[in-house]
Design a protein around this ligand. Sequence first.
Ligand SMILES: [Zn+2]
Ligand SMILES: [Zn+2]
Length: 264
Amino acid sequence: MLIDYHLHTPLCRHADGAPEEYAARAVERGIAEIGFSDHSPMPAHYDPDWRMALEDLPEYVASVLRAREKFPRLSVKLGLEADYFPGTEDFVYNVTSEYDFDYVIGSVHYIDDWGFDNAENKARFEESDVYDIYAQYFDRVARLAKTRLFDILGHPDVVKKFGHRPDRAYDELMRPALEAVKAAGMALDVNTSGLRFPCREIYPSRRMLEIAREMEIPVTLGADAHRPAHVGEGFGEAVALLRSVGYENLRRYARRTSEPVPMG
Ligand SMILES: [Zn+2]
Ligand SMILES: [Zn+2]
């Protein structure tokens, strides 16, 4: 089966289309299961313009449940994409415990005060060594996993989004991060949105997936859809990539537990 676990909703203030429209697109594309994982509320000081407010959380949950009711033959999961940022762990724990979420994606969008995946801030990539930036990014990923707050690592190497890549191999940065992901029992969000950005590549890279496969880390699929047309986009390429490194299954979630299902 095909599953798209990374769908947003307008509540995050930078996505368009009601959950029902995403669901309709999934049905058109032959996707058997979808999951909404909109940008979770975070403490007021953290990135408030790019996520739902805490008081929107009940409406978010209700809107996903409405889509579920309207598409009885489609499996519709309730998830969240929350951020890893030091000092926000208790808040994230409280928000993610408030409802019966099927899964929580954990993402790194900030290195300290730098929102590195926002195009407005990309000049900073020119100001320091890209390998060093990657080292800081993967360090945050390892710390994310160690919190045990999350089920799935969102867009695992999103630090490459604007096409900045170290001038040498960096297995030694990815391995400790992936070891922490493995130890936490998490899966990787194989995320096709990278194909839409200057890096023109699925997150994670083939090399990162090879290491993950070696460590037997499971995977999910996600389009990181910010509009209905994105649902399932690039999945042919993602499935081919996954098969070429030896993956046969996707992970499927219900109430924070998971099981493998055959992919495709
Ligand atoms: Zn977003
Ligand atoms: Zn994200």
